[in-house]
Design a protein around this ligand. Structure first.
Ligand code: ZN
Length: 380
C-alpha cells in the first residue's frame, strides 16, 4: 500500500489541497483531504506538489532518439520516466507491407514479454494518407490504389491493438478500408491525417468513428477554390465538428502550431477536445541554417531540412502549452491524460478516481515530472 501525502490533487476541473492519494494492488483506493492511512503503508510525501493521472501519448514514434520499432523496451522505459504511463507507438506510412508486419510482430512480442507495460496498442499513421504531405513522402510505398490484397494482412496482424487508424478521406475506395478495419476491431478510432480532403469527404467517415484530427494544422491542405479566397479543408472541418479531437504538437518555440493558433484552437475547440501528442520521430538532420528555426532544439528535422515531428516526450508539450496559452496545470493534465483516455475509450484511467488504475505522476508548477507511479509502484 502506498500513500501519497501532502498532495495538490489534480481533478479534471479543480484541485484538492493538502490531500492524500491511497493506492493498493495497482488501483486508487481512496483520495481526498480526510484519508485514513493504514499502518504500514509506504509514505510518499510530495510537499504540496501536484499529483495527477499518468500521461497518455496516443501518437509518438520514438522517445526522442530511438524508434519504438527499433527498441520498444528502451523507448517505453524512457517515456515512463517522463510520466507517460500509456503510449501508442506510431507506425508511419514510409514502411512497406513487410516492414509494417515486422514492426507489428516485434511490438506484440515486446508487449507479451511484459517488459514495456505502458505500451497499450498501436497508432497506425498510414498506410493510406495523401502522398503530398508529410516527411519522408518521397519514400511512400502506398501511392497505388487502396487494395485489400495489400492492407488486409496489416489490419489482421494489428487486430484489436490498432487503436487508431489514420487515413486521408480523399483516397479512392477509402471506405472499403474503413469498413474492413472496423470489422477487425470494432473499437478502432479513425483519424484524418496528411490530407486535403473536403469537409464532406471527412464528414462521411465520422459515422464510422472518425474522432481525431492528426497533428492539427500540420500536413494538411488548403484547397482554395477561388484565388485569394480561403476555402474549407481539413483544419476547418476539425474545428467545425465538435466531435473531433484535435491533436497538437506543442513545441517549445511554437513552430508546429503557432502560439496564437494554439490559443485560437483552445477557444474554438474548448479544453475537452484537445489532445497533446509528442509525435517524436528520428531523422537527426541538423537545424537548418538561418534564424527561422532558432531555438527549435526539440524539433526533429530530416536531411532535406524539413520538419519531421519532434524530439519531445509528452511532459514537454505540457510545459509548452502552459507557456504558450496560459493553461493551468489542471488543464495540461486534461490535454495529456483525460482527453486521450476519453478518445480511446479507456474508462479506468486519465483521471483520479477510486477504482482507477494507479498510474499517477507528481509534477511541479512548470510541469517538471518528479515521480511516476505506475500500476501502484514508484518507478521514478
Ligand atoms: Zn504525421
Amino acid at each position: 500500500m502506498l500513500a501519497i501525502t501532502n498532495a495538490t490533487i489534480v481533478m479534471t476541473d479543480h484541485y484538492i489541497y493538502d490531500g492524500t492519494v491511497l493506492v493498493d494492488d495497482g488501483k486508487i483506493v481512496d483520495f481526498g483531504r480526510k484519508v485514513k492511512i493504514p499502518d504500514g503503508a509506504e509514505i510518499l510525501d510530495v510537499n504540496g506538489a501536484y499529483v495527477g493521472p499518468g500521461l497518455i501519448d496516443i501518437h509518438t514514434h520514438a522517445d526522442g532518439e530511438t524508434f519504438f520499432n527499433d527498441d520498444a523496451e528502451k523507448a517505453a522505459d524512457t517515456l515512463l520516466h517522463h510520466g507517460v504511463t500509456d503510449v501508442l507507438p506510431a507506425l508511419y506510412y514510409n514502411m512497406n507491407k513487410e516492414q509494417y508486419l515486422t514492426a507489428i510482430a516485434y511490438l506484440k512480442d515486446v508487449m507479451a514479454s511484459g517488459k514495456a507495460k505502458n505500451i497499450i496498442g498501436f497508432y497506425m499513421e498510414g498506410p493510406y494518407l495523401n502522398p503530398k504531405f508529410g516527411c519522408n513522402r518521397e519514400n511512400n510505398p502506398w501511392k497505388g490504389p487502396v487494395d485489400a490484397a495489400n492492407y488486409k494482412d496489416i489490419v489482421d496482424a494489428a487486430g484489436d491493438l490498432a487503436k487508431v487508424w489514420c487515413l486521408a478521406p480523399e483516397r479512392e475506395n477509402i471506405e472499403e478500408f474503413v469498413r474492413y478495419a472496423k470489422s477487425v476491431n470494432p473499437n478502432a478510432v479513425f483519424a484524418v491525417a496528411h490530407s486535403e480532403a473536403s469537409p464532406e469527404e471527412i464528414e462521411k467517415i465520422i459515422p464510422y468513428g472518425l474522432k481525431i484530427a492528426t497533428h492539427h494544422t500540420n500536413a494538411t491542405g488548403t484547397l482554395n477554390k477561388y484565388p485569394e479566397c480561403r476555402s474549407a479543408c481539413v483544419d476547418e472541418c476539425a474545428l467545425y465538428n465538435d466531435s473531433i479531437y484535435t491533436e497538437l504538437i506543442c513545441d517549445k518555440v511554437g513552430i508546429h502550431v503557432d502560439p496564437y493558433m494554439l490559443r485560437l484552437i483552445r477557444k474554438i475547440k474548448g479544453d475537452d477536445k484537445i489532445v497533446l501528442i509528442a509525435d517524436s520521430f528520428v531523422e537527426h538532420g541538423p537545424i537548418p541554417d538561418g534564424d527561422l528555426y532558432e531555438g527549435a532544439t526539440d524539433i526533429n528535422f530530416d536531411f532535406m531540412g524539413e520538419i519531421a515531428g519532434s524530439k519531445m516526450i509528452l511532459d514537454g508539450p505540457c510545459q509548452n502549452i502552459i507557456k504558450h496559452t496560459g493553461a493551468s496545470v489542471c488543464q495540461a493534465f486534461k490535454f495529456a491524460s483525460t482527453n486521450p483516455a476519453k478518445v480511446l475509450g479507456l474508462g479506468d484511467r486519465g483521471r483520479i478516481a477510486v477504482g482507477n488504475v494507479a498510474n499517477l505522476i507528481v509534477v511541479d508548477h512548470l510541469f517538471n515530472v518528479k515521480y511516476t507511479v505506475f500500476g501502484g509502484e514508484i518507478v521514478k
